[in-house]
Design a protein around this ligand. Structure first.
Ligand SMILES: Nc1ncnc2c1ncn2[C@@H]1O[C@H](COP(=O)(O)OP(=O)(O)OP(=O)(O)O)[C@@H](O)[C@H]1O
Length: 261
């Protein structure tokens, strides 16, 4: 049995003639937060979808807690917080209903919630501080609240692996700090988090480790190691004359000390 919470071994994914992932290998141990970074189109969403079994690699192996993705999903081991644009926010569900969908795997085929399900949902809503808006239609939340609603769904589900695709996109600094603190807490309690982000500045506070993707894994290690300027230059295509400071990428402008060239 694998000791990794999530694992990709030489995974290649193609969409017709586009190779989105090219022999990607990445493994994350239980209880860790791994930040996934890379420019637009580098394959981050595809990597998440492979872990959820939503896209099928042409070669390679994907495992969640040692299980194939479809089986892990069926067992409720893995939860996915998709990018906002992949969600239909007009769907007539309240925030509480959305979080309750995380309990479906615990219910019978009739999907009738029992007290244990209702308690798990209430606790998860409390945890992400959305109790006050629990009966509101899901689309009528702010960007940060929507993300927290999906995190609550993963908590209610009891997933041991949580995959978050750009949870900080379109959220303000305060919501970002709340979500970061929440993810850190979940990891301290033993859950494993893979989170993609464009906010390189916040990466050291968020993640124990980071992986830099450009169809392949260019670097995987501590955030400080991965945020080295020469790695970023390779991944983001920055021009660094004389090995100097990358000048043009807004993502790099606010890098923390130690990661600066
Ligand atoms: N359904 C699809 N059909 C065809 N090509 C796709 C499809 N989904 C993604 N791609 C292509 O695969 C590559 C990787 O896309 P992916 O969405 O995984 O990248 P990403 O790193 O998540 O990008 P972003 O940061 O913009 O969300 C891109 O070239 C993209 O155009």
């Amino acid at each position: 049995m694998s000791t990794w919470a999530l694992e990709l071994d030489s995974v290649t994914v193609r969409y017709d003639d586009v190779t989105a992932l090219d022999e990607v290998s990445l493994a994350v141990a239980p209880g860790r937060v791994c930040g996934l970074i890379g420019m637009n189109g580098s394959g981050k969403s595809t990597l998440f979808k492979s872990l959820m079994g939503l896209v099928k690699p042409v070669s390679g192996i994907v495992r969640i807690s040692g299980l194939p993705p479809a089986k892990a999903r069926k067992s409720g081991l893995v939860a996915y917080v998709p990018q906002s644009e992949d969600v239909d926010w007009s769907f007539p569900l309240s925030v509480r209903d959305v979080v309750m969908t995380g309990r479906y795997g615990h219910m019978g085929p009739a999907r009738r919630p029992r007290p244990a399900d209702r308690n798990a949902v209430s606790e998860a809503l409390e945890r992400v501080e959305l109790t006050d808006v629990a009966d509101r239609q899901i689309g009528r939340l702010s960007g940060g609240q929507k993300k927290r609603a999906f995190v609550a769904r993963g908590i209610a589900q009891g997933a041991s692996v949580m995959l978050l695709d750009e949870p900080f996109a379109g959220v303000d600094k305060r919501s970002e700090a709340t979500i970061t603190a929440l993810l850190r807490e979940l990891a301290s309690a033993g859950r494993t988090i893979l989170v993609s982000t464009h906010d390189l500045h916040a990466l050291p506070q968020l993640a124990d480790e980071a992986a830099l993707l450009m169809r392949r894994v260019l670097a995987h290690g501590s955030p400080q190691e991965v945020l080295r300027p020469e790695q970023l230059a390779r991944a983001f295509g920055l021009d660094m004359p004389d090995g100097g400071t990358p000048a043009s990428a807004p993502e790099v402008a606010g890098l923390p000390e130690g990661a600066r060239p």
